[in-house]
Design a protein around this ligand. Structure first.
Ligand SMILES: [Fe+2]
Length: 367
């Protein structure tokens, strides 16, 4: 049955891309969005339905898109180009502008007006946005509530608004007791603007997922939006795991593939490179493979906390597959894919024998 959100999407008359993978968000087909006077498309991948909205928009060379107000916090990720985002209309907060470039991540807060401008005169800029509109429209079945609402949001804490679009701040975070990830303590980065996720180098080891991988965990102040980015070395792969739905993954750097599968079912391979995007469906295993010669990065935009798997995942004894227990096809395929590129695996043999194998962690990647 069509939801209010589905009906609203249909009324916009834009392309809607479905499936498991968008091979390149920079070139995926867009259509004319009359309401905003720009080209755009919706991306609704399997496993994200009813939770998150992903839109791709294109700003013509040297142009600005007419400003609009929107009732939900929204994360933007820049796929291509550079430009400006200007935010205003929040009581107690001055007009703020950030200058974005490829792989920037920035936030437009709920009930703000926002305007996006392309700083280049010679080519279009492309961004994707992520918000919880499908979920919110299940609670409030009225698009006008989100797009045409005169409500002025209460001023956020003064400090937060002063810091809007300034440098993100790190807060040392103790891992929650009983968290399944075993990720250890880490920094949470609070911010509204991250200039380049392809170059971000402040990373913590993510010890339980193998491959010597690192991670940055991002929270948006005064918002339920959060994200993380994983970085893992060339010629390695991570352990398969599963959790709740609604994490949208986009690739800032690297070349590889991921395997997605529901327990006992056929495995789906999604090849990726910069600007590819995919979603691990709810409780499907997923596993990430770097078959390039540089570190790979994937940025995961998170659904609200109830969906992140913290609840169901904690009681799932099979939430992660250790290397010694994996289907031999996994390793064989990885080595075959590397071979096609004249590369070889650097996965240590011990990792396949010892379930408690500990990866050596040196300095974070990129430092
Ligand atoms: Fe995951």
């Amino acid at each position: 049955m069509a939801t209010t959100y589905d009906e609203w999407v249909e009324s916009q008359k834009l392309p809607v891309h479905k499936g498991h993978l968008i091979e390149d968000m920079r070139t995926t087909e867009l259509g004319w969005w009359d309401e905003r006077k720009c080209n755009a498309a919706f991306v609704q991948l399997v496993g994200d339905e009813d939770i998150a909205e992903i839109r791709v928009i294109e700003i013509p060379p040297g142009k600005s898109i007419a400003p609009w107000k929107f009732g939900l916090d929204e994360i933007y990720y820049v796929l291509e180009g550079r430009g400006l985002a200007t935010i205003w209309g929040l009581p107690g907060m001055e007009r703020k502008t950030c200058e974005w470039q490829e792989r920037s991540l920035f936030v437009a807060p709920r009930q703000s007006f926002r305007q996006l401008s392309n700083a280049r005169g010679d080519k279009p800029a492309r961004l994707m946005s992520y918000n919880y509109l499908p979920l919110a429209m299940q609670a409030v079945r009225d698009p006008n509530f989100f797009f045409n609402n005169p409500y002025e949001t209460a001023p956020s804490a003064g400090k937060e608004s002063e810091d809007f679009y300034s440098e993100a701040k790190a807060v040392w975070t103790e891992s929650e007791e009983g968290r399944p990830s075993g990720r250890g303590n880490y920094y949470t980065w609070y911010g509204n603007f991250f200039p380049d996720m392809g170059a971000w180098s402040k990373l913590d080891p993510l010890r339980n997922r193998g491959a010597g991988g690192h991670r940055v965990y991002v929270e948006v102040p005064n918002s339920s939006l959060s994200a993380h980015m994983s970085v893992f070395p060339a010629q390695t792969y991570k352990k398969a795991h599963r959790h709740g739905p609604g994490r949208f993954l986009v690739i800032p750097a690297g070349e590889g593939y991921s395997v997605l599968w529901e327990e006992g079912k056929k495995k789906i391979v999604v090849p990726w490179h910069e600007a590819s995007a995919f979603v691990p469906p709810m409780h499907w295993y997923h596993q990430h493979f770097n078959v390039g010669s540089t570190p790979a990065r994937y940025l995961a935009l998170h659904p609200p906390r109830i969906f992140t798997g913290g609840y169901s995942t904690m009681t799932d004894p099979a939430r992660q597959i250790e290397y010694p227990d994996e289907d031999p096809w996994i390793r064989q395929t990885f080595e075959k894919e590397l071979g096609k590129r004249d590369l070889t695996s650097i996965m240590p043999e011990e990792a396949y024998k010892d379930r408690n194998y500990e990866w050596p962690y040196g300095e974070p990647e990129g430092d």
